[in-house]
Design a protein around this ligand. Structure first.
Ligand code: DX5
Ligand code: ZN
Length: 228
């Protein structure tokens, strides 16, 4: 029964990190059969890469036909995350390592009407989040070191996903598990089987000859893991 309920919450979030930033409106329209557009904000400090900040993301959100999932790979999210919620992001994710007061920040985001999510890098254990989990709508388990698209999926992160899913199930919490990094229509089965239900895919979607079909394939392969 639990599997049926997770199956109904399976969502796909293509990462626009692999999109053509000069044609963002057309790029966003090309993934409109997905649930979320995943928007990676990087600041050259928390990760060794730079993308865009508030003023640009605000324009992206305006032309995005689906929900906006903002993934902040930045220092001091306590200061910046609220701006993204106020400009209309549907979900904002900040990193556990970067945040000073995760509960306070999550509560402010949710008060604005935005979903709150917290992210873990590959070397970070999930157990420190257990006592504050019901403050969040989603936990993001990174399946690559954050910073760049096109890296290889880190399979060893699946034991962390399993431990998190077990805890959520045992405590009857309503928290999504997102995986981000190196996800393809092939390995999504393993990620779903481990308990993830929201799937970010950048290069796999944007390099596909038919992006809509690739999104559907990711979705269907995730669903099949819960059916089997
Ligand atoms: C990496 C980003 C990811 C990335 C995923 O730091 O958080 O969202 O764009 O891209 P792929 O799917 O190519 O690994
Ligand atoms: Zn991301």
């Amino acid at each position: 029964m639990i599997y049926t309920s997770i199956m109904s919450q399976i969502e796909v979030a293509p990462s626009i990190l692999s999109a053509d930033f000069a044609n963002i409106e057309a790029e966003l329209n090309s993934i409109s059969n997905a649930d979320w557009a995943h928007i990676d904000v990087m600041d050259y400090h928390f990760v060794p890469n730079l993308t865009f900040g508030g003023p640009v993301v605000e324009q992206y959100i305006k032309v995005n036909p689906i929900k906006s999932d903002v993934h902040l790979m930045i220092e001091n999210p306590d200061r910046w995350a609220i701006d993204y919620a106020k400009m209309g992001a549907d979900s904002v994710t900040f990193h556990y390592l970067a945040v000073s007061a995760p509960v306070r920040l999550a509560r402010i985001l949710r008060e604005i009407g935005c979903k709150a999510a917290i992210a873990l890098r590959p070397a970070e254990p999930v157990e420190p989040l257990f006592d504050i989990l019901d403050e969040f709508d989603m936990v993001l388990i990174m399946t690559v070191e954050p910073g760049f698209g096109g890296q290889k999926f880190l399979e060893h992160q699946m034991s962390k996903v399993r431990r998190l899913r077990d805890f959520i199930t045992k405590n009857k919490l309503n928290v999504n598990i997102q995986v981000d990094g190196g996800i393809t229509s092939k390995n999504v089965y393993l990620a779903a089987q481990s308990g993830a239900n929201v799937f970010v895919a950048g290069s796999a979607v944007f390099s596909a000859s038919n992006r809509a079909d690739e999104i559907t394939a990711i979705y269907q392969n995730a669903v099949s893991a819960y059916k089997d």
